[in-house]
Design a protein around this ligand. Structure first.
Ligand SMILES: [Zn+2]
Length: 239
């Protein structure tokens, strides 16, 4: 049982934002890492999670994932992860990161992440809804983003994350063909099997998840609740 936790931004949620749910206050993230350490829950790399899918390795673990590649992941997240001896994977939007756009982690920050034991994955070039793109643009977003990241960082890129959780069979096949070894979705859930390697379910960490409310993300109750909610909308639509 190794739930994949989904984070976006580490900051206090802005009061008036419709995206409040994407913000986790730094103090809450620290408390979550502290709890994981206290309970001896290992934090996995994509390679370790892939092993977990294949043969059940790392039974007491979690995979911490961050979407988008925002600067707070480096400024706030990295020091906390180091402090608690944890590791995480950062799915970065490649174009704004490689061009050092305001608010995104530039290449030196990404390299520092890797040097500190973190992993970087692709979240496409420009963060589009992949299933809505023409074939050539869709392929560029998936295939070129991996190549560009590998060239810039000098490190293999093995994992992929669908922007907006938007994918269909055509998109999923291209991700598998591009050389990634696994991909995460925004479908909620805390249990995955080998069959879900290209559209892994995640548990979203929203503000307020401390103590029991955080531990709930790991439990059977969460699994049942979301299995029920996901029924009928889980399989990829035919393209
Ligand atoms: Zn995203």
């Amino acid at each position: 049982m190794a739930p994949i936790l989904m984070y976006h931004y580490l900051a206090d949620p802005p009061a008036d934002s419709p995206h409040r749910g994407l913000y986790v206050p730094p103090a809450e993230f620290a408390a979550q890492l502290e709890l994981l350490r206290r309970r001896n829950v290992a934090t996995l790399s994509p390679t370790e999670y892939s092993q977990h899918l294949t043969d059940g390795a790392f039974p007491r673990s979690t995979w911490l994932t961050f979407d988008d590649g925002k600067l707070d992941n480096h400024a706030i997240g990295l020091p906390l992860l180091k402090k608690y001896g944890a590791k995480a994977t950062f799915f970065v939007t490649v174009e704004p990161c490689l061009s050092s756009a305001a608010g995104y982690m530039p290449v030196p920050a990404l390299k520092e992440m890797i040097a500190e034991g973190m992993s970087i994955g692709s979240h496409t070039m420009t963060h589009p809804r992949l299933a809505r793109l023409p074939e050539d643009e869709m392929r560029r977003e998936i295939i070129d983003s991996r190549k560009r990241l590998q060239d810039a960082l000098g490190d293999p890129i093995d994992s992929f994350c669908y922007p907006y959780g938007n994918w269909d069979k055509r998109v999923l096949d291209t991700v598998a063909e591009a050389g990634y070894s696994l991909a995460v979705s925004t479908v909620r859930g805390n249990r995955n099997g080998e069959a879900e390697r290209w559209c892994l379910k995640r548990a979203m960490v929203q503000p307020g998840r401390t103590g029991l409310r955080f531990r709930y993300l790991f439990g059977l109750l969460y699994h049942w609740e979301h299995s029920f909610k996901n029924r009928g909308k889980w399989k990829p639509r035919a393209s």
